[in-house]
Design a protein. Structure first.
Length: 370
């Protein structure tokens, strides 16, 4: 900053020496020449830009240093003492909480809820935040959050698995103890009557994300072609195996699937393949609810996936505003796997924050105070 100040002063002094003088108008007001004004503006712009980078470097938290546990420290269902003690049970999983909008004020609350069982929690969102580290990914306005998992796998390899959850939900993690951590987990039902067979025309309009709100049907087709071409002779991916798995899941057809995707899990053995496919689907702008089930359809036979369905309020009430929580708490109980959506940002969501802090978090302590 001292250097920038000297730079600006020298600029002004230099121009005065060259003969640029103040001009005095009839009213006696001194005006700087256009050239001097331009130089002053340039100096101020330099100060602003430099200050921005100083903030980036010193005020925004640095990325966390995570260390995945070794295989010998993995936790399995038999270790839970009949699901009564879950302390550290999920420490072999990286939890990724995705914010599709930068409403980051709920980060401390969510960390206090999940932090008792997930040792490592990664926050992902569209922009940085000065109070907490956020891994910045182009998630779109609620469209492409799955690439947070792809990025997390590239940055933090070695976890037994990667669990994706959105910020606007309540996940009853104590219901997850019997899930196989070596398998894919799906949190929503695949809508088998509303998929898209690649190449078929016209593209169905029964769901707006196929071709109206997004072009996900065509983008999904493009992703399939790009993946099969890119990895045709690759040492990283057995593309023949992936295609055959996909065709089995598609009953002999190349399909783009549709599924609620606010929660899903990728085990280590599929993590490298997932991050490679996610990169392509994200580049082609395939909507979350198409990209996730379609990518998973390449990785393993659907009969092997763990089905851990949650409660989706739009399935019950349609696309309305659930922010005030009235319908949330009418339907919530401790035994459901998760509920979506539950908003925590803004004055309207005060009840939701209080319910999580004063009811659900205290209830969850019984599974970790052991």
């Amino acid at each position: 900053m001292f250097f920038l100040k000297r730079c600006c002063i020298k600029c002004l002094q230099h121009n005065i020496i060259l003969g640029h003088r103040m001009k005095i108008c009839e009213g006696g007001v001194k005006l700087l020449s256009n050239k001097i004004l331009f130089l002053i503006f340039g100096c101020l712009l330099l100060v602003v830009i430099s200050f921005h980078f100083i903030l980036e470097g010193y005020l925004y938290p640095s990325a966390p240093v995570f260390k995945p546990p070794s295989d010998g420290n993995y936790h399995n269902p038999d270790d839970t003492i009949s699901s009564e003690c879950l302390k550290n049970y999920f420490e072999d999983i990286l939890l990724i909480i995705v914010f599709h909008f930068p409403f980051y004020d709920s980060i401390p609350l969510l960390k206090s809820f999940y932090g008792d069982v997930f040792k490592d929690i990664l926050i992902c969102g569209p922009e940085s935040y000065f109070r907490h580290y956020v891994m910045v990914v182009d998630v779109g306005p609620g469209l492409y959050g799955y690439e947070c998992v792809g990025n997390a796998i590239r940055r933090y390899p070695g976890y037994r698995g990667y669990l994706y959850v959105n910020d606007d939900m309540v996940v009853n993690w104590w219901t997850f103890t019997n899930l196989d951590k070596e398998k894919l987990w799906q949190g929503g039902i695949i809508f088998s009557n509303d998929d898209h067979v690649m190449g078929s025309r016209p593209i169905p309009d029964t769901w707006p994300w196929w071709r109206k709100k997004s072009k996900s049907a065509e983008a999904c087709e493009d992703s399939y072609l790009e993946i099969t071409h890119k990895y045709r002779s690759s040492e990283h991916i057995n593309i023949t195996k992936l295609i055959n798995t996909h065709l089995v899941n598609g009953e002999g057809e190349k399909r783009c699937f549709r599924m609620w995707s606010d929660l899903f899990y990728i085990p280590k053995k599929f993590s490298d393949q997932f991050q490679r496919l996610s990169f392509v689907f994200h580049k082609n702008r395939v909507f979350l609810e198409v990209a996730v089930p379609t990518i998973m359809s390449f990785l393993d036979i659907r009969d092997s996936w763990e089905k851990h369905y949650g409660l989706y309020l739009p399935d019950m009430y349609g696309s309305i505003d659930f922010a005030d929580g009235k319908l949330v708490w009418k339907n919530y109980d401790y035994d459901i796997n998760f509920i979506h959506p539950v908003k925590f940002h803004g004055r309207v969501a005060k009840t939701n924050r209080e319910k999580l802090e004063n009811d659900i978090i205290p209830y969850s302590k019984q599974f970790t105070n052991c």
